[in-house]
Design a protein around this ligand. Structure first.
Ligand SMILES: Nc1nc2c(ncn2[C@@H]2O[C@H](COP(=O)(O)OP(=O)(O)OP(=O)(O)O)[C@@H](O)[C@H]2O)c(=O)[nH]1
Ligand SMILES: C[C@H](OP(=O)(O)O)C(=O)O
Length: 224
Protein backbone atom coordinates (compact mmCIF):
# COMPACT_ATOMS: atom_id res chain seq x y z
CA UNK A 1 0.00 0.00 0.00
CA UNK A 2 1.24 3.49 -0.80
CA UNK A 3 1.88 5.48 2.38
CA UNK A 4 2.15 9.25 2.07
CA UNK A 5 4.51 10.65 4.70
CA UNK A 6 4.08 14.45 4.99
CA UNK A 7 7.23 16.27 6.04
CA UNK A 8 7.56 20.03 6.42
CA UNK A 9 10.98 21.65 6.07
CA UNK A 10 9.47 25.01 6.86
CA UNK A 11 9.79 25.90 10.57
CA UNK A 12 10.23 22.26 11.62
CA UNK A 13 8.73 21.34 14.98
CA UNK A 14 8.33 24.94 16.11
CA UNK A 15 6.57 23.84 19.30
CA UNK A 16 9.88 22.34 20.46
CA UNK A 17 11.68 25.68 20.19
CA UNK A 18 11.85 26.11 23.98
CA UNK A 19 14.11 23.06 24.23
CA UNK A 20 15.77 22.72 20.79
CA UNK A 21 17.50 25.23 18.51
CA UNK A 22 16.42 25.58 14.89
CA UNK A 23 19.27 23.35 13.68
CA UNK A 24 18.49 20.79 16.36
CA UNK A 25 14.81 20.73 15.42
CA UNK A 26 15.74 20.10 11.81
CA UNK A 27 18.03 17.24 12.80
CA UNK A 28 15.51 15.75 15.22
CA UNK A 29 12.66 16.00 12.68
CA UNK A 30 14.84 14.13 10.16
CA UNK A 31 15.62 11.45 12.77
CA UNK A 32 11.91 10.94 13.44
CA UNK A 33 11.24 10.75 9.71
CA UNK A 34 13.97 8.10 9.41
CA UNK A 35 12.21 5.98 12.03
CA UNK A 36 8.81 6.38 10.38
CA UNK A 37 10.11 5.47 6.91
CA UNK A 38 11.90 2.40 8.29
CA UNK A 39 8.76 1.28 10.15
CA UNK A 40 6.53 1.81 7.10
CA UNK A 41 8.88 -0.23 4.89
CA UNK A 42 9.19 -2.99 7.50
CA UNK A 43 5.38 -3.12 7.69
CA UNK A 44 5.21 -3.74 3.94
CA UNK A 45 4.13 -0.21 3.04
CA UNK A 46 5.54 1.82 0.18
CA UNK A 47 6.38 5.28 1.46
CA UNK A 48 6.12 8.44 -0.62
CA UNK A 49 7.48 11.59 0.98
CA UNK A 50 5.16 14.56 0.61
CA UNK A 51 7.24 17.60 1.38
CA UNK A 52 7.33 21.37 1.19
CA UNK A 53 9.66 23.07 -1.33
CA UNK A 54 13.37 23.35 -0.56
CA UNK A 55 13.96 25.53 2.45
CA UNK A 56 15.74 28.88 2.23
CA UNK A 57 18.80 27.47 3.92
CA UNK A 58 20.14 24.18 2.49
CA UNK A 59 20.74 23.16 6.12
CA UNK A 60 16.96 22.93 6.58
CA UNK A 61 16.34 20.81 3.49
CA UNK A 62 14.79 17.39 3.60
CA UNK A 63 18.10 15.63 2.76
CA UNK A 64 16.19 12.60 1.56
CA UNK A 65 19.32 10.60 0.73
CA UNK A 66 20.67 10.92 4.26
CA UNK A 67 17.29 10.12 5.79
CA UNK A 68 16.71 7.04 3.69
CA UNK A 69 20.30 5.83 4.09
CA UNK A 70 19.83 6.10 7.86
CA UNK A 71 16.51 4.24 7.56
CA UNK A 72 18.25 1.51 5.54
CA UNK A 73 15.72 1.74 2.71
CA UNK A 74 15.79 2.65 -0.97
CA UNK A 75 15.05 6.29 -1.72
CA UNK A 76 11.25 6.65 -1.92
CA UNK A 77 9.41 8.89 -4.38
CA UNK A 78 9.33 12.53 -3.24
CA UNK A 79 6.42 14.85 -4.06
CA UNK A 80 7.00 18.54 -3.45
CA UNK A 81 3.93 20.68 -2.78
CA UNK A 82 3.97 24.22 -1.40
CA UNK A 83 0.35 24.13 -0.27
CA UNK A 84 -0.65 23.70 3.36
CA UNK A 85 -0.84 20.18 4.76
CA UNK A 86 -4.52 19.40 4.10
CA UNK A 87 -4.49 20.83 0.57
CA UNK A 88 -1.31 18.92 -0.28
CA UNK A 89 -2.70 15.60 1.02
CA UNK A 90 -6.09 16.15 -0.61
CA UNK A 91 -4.42 16.81 -3.97
CA UNK A 92 -2.86 13.34 -3.71
CA UNK A 93 -6.21 11.76 -2.75
CA UNK A 94 -7.85 13.43 -5.76
CA UNK A 95 -5.05 12.14 -8.02
CA UNK A 96 -5.04 8.61 -6.68
CA UNK A 97 -8.78 8.01 -6.08
CA UNK A 98 -8.20 5.39 -3.36
CA UNK A 99 -10.39 2.27 -3.42
CA UNK A 100 -10.49 -0.96 -1.38
CA UNK A 101 -8.15 -2.49 -3.97
CA UNK A 102 -5.84 0.49 -4.08
CA UNK A 103 -5.93 2.24 -0.72
CA UNK A 104 -3.75 5.18 0.24
CA UNK A 105 -2.39 5.70 3.74
CA UNK A 106 -1.11 8.88 5.36
CA UNK A 107 1.36 8.51 8.23
CA UNK A 108 2.87 11.58 9.89
CA UNK A 109 6.66 11.88 10.02
CA UNK A 110 6.70 12.69 13.74
CA UNK A 111 5.55 9.30 15.07
CA UNK A 112 8.90 8.65 16.71
CA UNK A 113 7.88 5.50 18.58
CA UNK A 114 5.80 3.89 15.82
CA UNK A 115 6.86 0.31 15.24
CA UNK A 116 6.40 -1.80 12.13
CA UNK A 117 3.88 -3.93 14.08
CA UNK A 118 1.79 -0.85 14.91
CA UNK A 119 1.86 0.32 11.30
CA UNK A 120 1.02 -3.16 10.07
CA UNK A 121 -2.08 -3.12 12.30
CA UNK A 122 -3.08 0.16 10.65
CA UNK A 123 -2.47 -1.03 7.10
CA UNK A 124 -4.27 -4.33 7.58
CA UNK A 125 -7.34 -3.00 9.45
CA UNK A 126 -10.63 -3.16 7.58
CA UNK A 127 -12.62 -0.01 6.91
CA UNK A 128 -13.26 2.55 4.19
CA UNK A 129 -11.45 4.99 6.45
CA UNK A 130 -9.11 3.79 9.20
CA UNK A 131 -8.06 6.43 11.72
CA UNK A 132 -5.22 6.31 14.23
CA UNK A 133 -6.03 9.23 16.56
CA UNK A 134 -3.25 11.25 18.11
CA UNK A 135 -3.25 12.32 21.75
CA UNK A 136 -4.91 15.71 21.98
CA UNK A 137 -7.28 15.36 19.04
CA UNK A 138 -5.05 15.01 15.99
CA UNK A 139 -5.02 12.32 13.31
CA UNK A 140 -1.63 10.67 13.29
CA UNK A 141 -2.33 8.12 10.60
CA UNK A 142 -5.08 7.21 8.16
CA UNK A 143 -5.93 4.60 5.60
CA UNK A 144 -8.33 5.74 2.89
CA UNK A 145 -10.28 3.28 0.72
CA UNK A 146 -13.02 5.67 -0.39
CA UNK A 147 -12.31 8.06 -3.29
CA UNK A 148 -14.57 10.77 -1.81
CA UNK A 149 -12.80 11.09 1.52
CA UNK A 150 -10.84 14.32 2.14
CA UNK A 151 -8.64 15.35 5.06
CA UNK A 152 -8.95 18.42 7.27
CA UNK A 153 -5.92 18.52 9.55
CA UNK A 154 -5.19 20.73 12.58
CA UNK A 155 -7.42 21.37 15.55
CA UNK A 156 -9.52 18.38 16.63
CA UNK A 157 -8.94 16.71 13.28
CA UNK A 158 -9.93 13.27 14.52
CA UNK A 159 -13.44 14.60 15.12
CA UNK A 160 -13.47 16.33 11.72
CA UNK A 161 -12.32 13.14 10.00
CA UNK A 162 -15.08 11.12 11.69
CA UNK A 163 -17.62 13.68 10.46
CA UNK A 164 -16.22 13.78 6.92
CA UNK A 165 -16.33 9.98 6.77
CA UNK A 166 -19.89 9.88 8.14
CA UNK A 167 -21.02 12.44 5.55
CA UNK A 168 -19.95 10.10 2.73
CA UNK A 169 -21.30 6.98 4.50
CA UNK A 170 -17.83 5.54 4.81
CA UNK A 171 -17.28 2.73 7.26
CA UNK A 172 -14.81 4.04 9.87
CA UNK A 173 -12.48 2.01 12.06
CA UNK A 174 -10.21 3.45 14.71
CA UNK A 175 -6.89 2.03 15.84
CA UNK A 176 -6.25 2.14 19.58
CA UNK A 177 -2.45 2.29 19.68
CA UNK A 178 -0.19 4.10 22.10
CA UNK A 179 2.64 4.00 19.55
CA UNK A 180 0.56 5.55 16.78
CA UNK A 181 -1.10 8.03 19.15
CA UNK A 182 2.26 9.44 20.29
CA UNK A 183 3.26 12.17 17.88
CA UNK A 184 6.03 14.45 19.07
CA UNK A 185 4.81 18.04 19.23
CA UNK A 186 5.72 19.42 22.63
CA UNK A 187 8.63 19.04 25.05
CA UNK A 188 6.61 16.64 27.27
CA UNK A 189 6.29 14.28 24.29
CA UNK A 190 10.06 13.70 24.36
CA UNK A 191 9.51 11.58 27.47
CA UNK A 192 7.68 8.98 25.38
CA UNK A 193 10.56 8.85 22.90
CA UNK A 194 13.14 8.20 25.64
CA UNK A 195 10.86 5.69 27.37
CA UNK A 196 9.75 3.68 24.34
CA UNK A 197 11.83 4.63 21.29
CA UNK A 198 14.72 2.55 20.04
CA UNK A 199 15.47 4.20 16.71
CA UNK A 200 17.18 7.25 15.29
CA UNK A 201 15.02 9.77 17.18
CA UNK A 202 15.70 8.26 20.61
CA UNK A 203 19.40 7.96 19.74
CA UNK A 204 19.48 11.59 18.61
CA UNK A 205 17.92 12.78 21.88
CA UNK A 206 20.38 10.77 23.98
CA UNK A 207 23.29 12.07 21.91
CA UNK A 208 21.99 15.62 22.47
CA UNK A 209 22.10 15.01 26.24
CA UNK A 210 18.43 14.35 27.00
CA UNK A 211 17.74 11.94 29.86
CA UNK A 212 14.69 10.81 31.78
CA UNK A 213 14.27 12.56 35.10
CA UNK A 214 11.72 12.28 37.88
CA UNK A 215 10.37 15.46 39.47
CA UNK A 216 7.62 15.29 42.10
CA UNK A 217 6.95 11.69 41.12
CA UNK A 218 6.41 12.50 37.43
CA UNK A 219 8.71 11.31 34.69
CA UNK A 220 10.02 14.01 32.35
CA UNK A 221 13.17 14.83 30.40
CA UNK A 222 16.18 16.79 31.49
CA UNK A 223 19.13 17.88 29.38
CA UNK A 224 22.61 17.36 30.73
N1 LIG B 1 4.01 18.40 3.22
C1 LIG B 1 3.70 19.06 4.34
N2 LIG B 1 3.87 18.46 5.55
C2 LIG B 1 3.55 19.16 6.66
C3 LIG B 1 3.05 20.48 6.62
N3 LIG B 1 2.82 20.90 7.90
C4 LIG B 1 3.17 19.88 8.69
N4 LIG B 1 3.62 18.82 7.96
C5 LIG B 1 4.05 17.51 8.46
O1 LIG B 1 2.88 16.91 9.04
C6 LIG B 1 3.20 16.25 10.26
C7 LIG B 1 2.39 16.83 11.42
O2 LIG B 1 2.80 18.18 11.57
P1 LIG B 1 2.43 19.01 12.87
O3 LIG B 1 2.81 18.28 14.11
O4 LIG B 1 1.04 19.49 12.79
O5 LIG B 1 3.35 20.30 12.68
P2 LIG B 1 4.92 20.47 12.59
O6 LIG B 1 5.14 21.39 11.43
O7 LIG B 1 5.64 19.15 12.54
O8 LIG B 1 5.31 21.12 13.99
P3 LIG B 1 4.88 22.53 14.65
O9 LIG B 1 5.65 23.58 13.94
O10 LIG B 1 5.33 22.39 16.07
O11 LIG B 1 3.39 22.65 14.51
C8 LIG B 1 4.71 16.34 10.41
O12 LIG B 1 5.25 15.17 9.83
C9 LIG B 1 5.08 17.57 9.59
O13 LIG B 1 6.41 17.51 9.09
C10 LIG B 1 2.86 21.09 5.32
O14 LIG B 1 2.43 22.23 5.20
N5 LIG B 1 3.20 20.33 4.23
C1 LIG C 1 -1.58 17.54 11.51
C2 LIG C 1 -2.18 17.70 12.86
O1 LIG C 1 -1.23 17.31 13.77
P1 LIG C 1 -1.09 17.87 15.27
O2 LIG C 1 -1.03 19.36 15.18
O3 LIG C 1 -2.27 17.34 16.00
O4 LIG C 1 0.18 17.25 15.67
C3 LIG C 1 -3.43 16.83 12.96
O5 LIG C 1 -3.28 15.62 13.24
O6 LIG C 1 -4.52 17.33 12.72
Amino acid sequence: MEVLVPFSTDRPKSRLSSVLSRAERTAFARAMCTDVLAAVRAAGGEPTLLTTPPAESPADDLDVDAITAAAGIATPPVIVDDRALSAAVNAQLVDRRPTPDEPVAVVMADLAIATSAAIERLLTADGDVVIAPGRGGGTNALVVRDPSFRVDYHGASVRDHRRIAAAIDADVREIDSHRLASDVDEPADLTEVLLHGDGAAAAWLREAGFRLGVTDGRVGVVRE
